[in-house]
Write a protein that binds this ligand. Structure first.
Ligand code: ADP
Length: 188
């Protein structure tokens, strides 16, 4: 089983690239953001808890997302591999993932990181707000908090995976096609 992580700040283009990657490489896409939005739309207790945090631009607790990942792995045993999008987002989540995979004799095969400037993040998210209507995209203070949270809690993962030797970085400010072609070179 292959395990790939698509990493990067909000607005880096993970969702867009994920669609192309899973199709070409026959993987299952797991987006913790999408899973959380489904819970929110269904109005589950977990969704209600997540809504407050997400709309303030904060992360949801590690146990919540780790639980979602665990149950998705458990109920999809016959796939070729997984593309994780938006997970892990903290060192604790990455450690938990390594532990989970280690117990099955598996590991993270590659971390593909899409790099963009904070300025670009801001522009892209504000633009996406007009198209997708996500509440966490609409308010500049929320966007700023997501960017700050990314730098504080998620960016340290770059060092974590660099040390493991499975990290690669792709400039995210090229066209969608150019970014995808760089990703393909890494995965082929
Ligand atoms: P983004 O475009 O910000 O990358 P996502 O759709 O991946 O958006 O996630 C939306 C929100 O869901 C995040 O801002 C965060 O509040 C929550 N979330 C998603 N994944 C995680 C995670 N792994 N850990 C904690 N919170 C998460």
């Amino acid at each position: 089983m292959k395990y790939y992580i698509l990493f990067g700040p909000p607005g880096a283009g993970k969702g867009t690239q994920a669609k192309f990657i899973v199709e070409k490489f026959n993987l299952m896409h797991i987006s913790t953001g999408d899973l959380l939005r489904k819970e929110m739309a269904a109005g589950t207790p977990l969704g209600l808890q997540a809504k407050q945090l997400i709309e303030g631009g904060n992360l949801v607790p590690d146990e919540v997302v780790v639980g979602m990942i665990k149950s998705t792995f458990a109920s999809n045993k016959d796939v070729n591999g997984f593309l994780l999008d938006g997970f892990p987002r903290t060192i604790a989540q990455a450690e938990k993932l390594d532990q989970m995979l280690g117990e099955q004799g598996e590991k993270v095969d590659k971390v593909i990181s899409l790099a963009i400037k904070d300025e670009t993040i801001f522009k892209r998210i504000a633009n996406r707000a007009l198209i997708e209507g996500r509440k966490d995209d609409a308010d500049p203070a929320t966007i700023q908090n997501r960017i700050d949270t990314y730098h504080q809690k998620t960016e340290p993962l770059i060092g974590y995976y660099k040390e493991k030797g499975n990290y690669c970085e792709i400039p995210g400010e090229q066209t969608i096609e150019e970014v995808f072609s760089c990703i393909c070179k890494e995965l082929e």
